[in-house]
Ligand binder design. Structure first.
Ligand code: EPU
Length: 351
């Protein structure tokens, strides 16, 4: 039976954003790739009639949603994981965009395809992962990416993009820069090396009690599953579970400043957390800046900065998008005043 065309109906989206903000919008759910060509045609016709633009939604875990967005929302619920190709050196694994990211990482390990374990427990979907080039504990998605199968909703065309066509940078990509209405990621392929070696550069991970007793390489090296478990443990300790306390993960990016500014700040603040970058600039730990500015664990109305990780904005209950905006403004202003550093918001806005 041919799949039904997509229909948008007014829905409550409160449970569709991990910050738990109240929202209603027209929603359609994409469960079958075969409807996409017809959907592109209706979009083109709709543009001529000035219909509401479409916003492509994954897990809603990197999102600030307005109560009544002008956008219509397309939730991607495509499913499926398969070994797409096997070469002498790699497993190339393909996952549909609607799969849960964490479930996918877990599944890969269970199949004996390691390489994504440092990215365990990141909320959201596989399709959203390339959008902000997710990264944690010493690994960024682009280092394990084979290609992204994507529809250009404006041109009505499908293409397969290799990593160097995706414009990846720290927490950024072509898909993010162009806005959530242009690209519809349908499948993502990962290049997982058979000659796996553990990535244990990140201090939290290297020093984790579950891994400390074993060497970084050789016969005593920890297994991918053990690294997966250590990452889950670190995240559970620091980061609030969105099912318990609404949040969108890190609310700001770690700012990158030039070497001179980093050196000047270091003189004034000897404890400043600085990560030198390959291009000579320096990345600063935004969580540290926010904590020094007095915002760790502090509230403004129904929202606040988390008590165990100051970079995470949390909804203590009943917050609206404007409460989130007010807190973000206050935090940015205080950090700017103290350090002359501008924080950039990480979650996208659905307005
Ligand atoms: N720090 C503080 N106070 C805080 C928080 C952090 O002083 O309240 C200091 C820590 O002591 C540490 C440094 O800042 O020296 C870095 O902290 P952490 O290891 O927690 O990492 P992060 O830079 O704050 C980034 C990612 C996280 C990711 C971790 C681990 C961004 C915006 N965030 O956070 O991503 O899990 O590294 O790799 O790059 C997310 O995006 O939702 C997320 C959690």
């Amino acid at each position: 039976m041919p799949a039904q065309p997509l229909v948008f109906t007014d829905q409550d989206l409160h449970a569709s954003n991990t910050l738990g903000l109240p929202a209603r919008a027209g929603l359609a759910v994409l469960e079958d790739e075969s409807v996409i060509p017809a959907f592109c045609k209706t979009l083109a016709a709709g543009r001529q009639q000035a219909e509401a633009p479409v916003f492509v939604l994954g897990g809603g875990s990197n999102l600030v949603m307005d109560a009544r967005p002008r956008h219509r929302v397309l939730r991607v619920a495509l499913r499926g994981i398969r070994l797409w190709q096997e070469t002498a050196d790699h497993w190339i694994v393909e996952a549909a965009a609607g799969e849960s990211w964490h479930g996918f990482v877990d599944h890969c390990l269970a199949q004996g395809w390691p390489g994504l374990e440092n990215l365990a427990l990141i909320p959201g979907t596989v399709g959203a992962a390339p959008v902000q080039n997710i990264g944690a504990y010493g690994l960024e998605l682009d280092q394990r990416l084979h290609s992204v199968v994507v529809w250009d909703l404006q041109a009505g065309r499908e293409s397969t993009l290799p990593p160097d066509a995706c414009g990846f940078a720290y927490r950024d990509s072509l898909f993010k820069r162009d806005g959530a209405g242009r690209w519809l990621i349908v499948r993502v392929r990962f290049l997982l090396p058979k000659a796996w070696t553990p990535r244990l550069d990140y201090p939290d991970l290297r020093d984790h009690p579950g891994l400390r007793s074993v060497g970084a390489g050789g016969p005593g090296a920890p297994s991918p599953r053990r690294i997966f478990e250590a990452v889950c443990d670190i995240r559970r300790r620091k980061l609030p579970d969105p099912a318990v306390l609404g949040n969108a993960g890190s609310f700001f990016k770690n700012p990158v400043v030039d070497a001179d500014q980093a050196a000047r700040l270091r003189q004034r603040f000897p404890d400043l957390r600085v990560y030198p970058q390959a291009d000579g600039r320096a990345k600063l730990a935004a969580g540290w800046l926010i904590e020094q500015a007095g915002w760790k664990g502090r509230r403004l109305g129904p929202v606040g900065m988390h008590a165990r990780q100051a970079l995470v904005l949390v909804n203590h209950g009943g917050a609206q998008a404007d409460d989130v905006r007010a807190l973000a403004r206050a935090v940015r202003a205080d950090v700017r005043r103290l350090f002359e550093v501008d924080l950039e918001q990480e979650p996208v806005i659905l307005d």
